[in-house]
Write a protein that binds this ligand. Sequence first.
Ligand code: NAD
Ligand code: UDP
Length: 334
Amino acid sequence: MSVLLTGGLGYIGSHTAVEMLEAGEEVVIIDNLSNSDKKVTNAIKEITGKDFKTYIGDVRDEKLLRKIFKKEGIDAVIHFAGLKAVGESVKKPVEYYDNNIGSTVALLKVMKEYGVKNFVFSSSATVYGKAKKMPIYEDFEIGGVTNPYGRTKYFIEEILKDLYVSDNSYNIALLRYFNPIGAHDSGLIGEDPNGIPNNLMPYITRVATGKLECLSIFGNDYKTKDGTGVRDYIHVVDLAKGHVKAVKKLRGNCGLKVYNLGTGIGYSVLDIVNAFNDVCGGKVKYKFAPRRAGDIDECYANADLAYKELGWKAERDLKDMCRTSYNFEQKHSK
Ligand code: NAD
Ligand code: UDP
């Protein structure tokens, strides 16, 4: 049986494809290249020495999905495909609802036609909004999100819960990612955003390689140890491994499950800059700038449930996250 990875050529999807293939799974990818490159297919093959099928197309294309389900013997789906830029989602809400929710609904319709009931969804810590205390547990209230991107994640979680209520023979894992950074040790795959990066680590690596002048640290007056925002950064390879465990869990008929995928450790922006400088021998120039709209003081997980039920926990440290991010940027970015 094969696992379908939608958005499998993207940042998290490509690392997951590698870990799935290395765990002996058969993988099929569908990606419309809206935020990725066809070359990633070859990189995944080079890393793993394994072959797999890639369909270039849109997940909202039900005809194409039917073709894939008919041909490929899919027994589980990991749904990464989606648009993910918070700022852009405020400007283009309809595109975000169409792409993120439309692709999920199309998938669920076709999965039903083919009797496929194992589904992993790429959710996000953003569904918790501004949590009342830290660390964040899976049973905290969700839905207090402040932008269309976050709302697509929340709405899709609700759709999947409704589906499960209607038919509890589905097995669904809602994986709430915290802040993935880092890259594969090979430097062949990693995060390579178009234009000026919105996220912290790609911005830092581009300052370190001289492509950008200076990092703006958004806010130094948060209620945190040094005033800068605190997040739970997780190595993308650890995150990818969580998906391998989740698919195994689904095949054991687990019903609907929610897991935080984070390290449980909160680092500030200054911690990240300092760790990066230590590891990469650089001096990342930074200045303090006003807070970014919508940002919160801190956000970090309690990830004990994933350890207890999936046997998964993050193993790579912050140094490794910085080292591999820098390695990828040096080798591969535009
Ligand atoms: P990414 O943009 O690198 O990967 C998404 C992939 O999906 C891209 O390759 C893109 O071309 C493809 N895609 C988008 N819409 C599509 C469609 N309609 N049909 C086919 N392919 C489509 O993003 P990522 O960082 O790998 O994130 C993967 C998932 O995880 C997304 O759903 C994202 O919202 C979620 N997530 C990401 C983060 C993060 O910080 N990276 C955090 C939490 C959740
Ligand atoms: N950040 C920053 N400068 C940047 C990008 C991000 O200071 O150029 C901060 C941001 O305010 C937050 C942290 O870095 O405190 C992580 O932001 P990112 O966008 O990477 O992830 P988020 O937690 O917002 O999803």
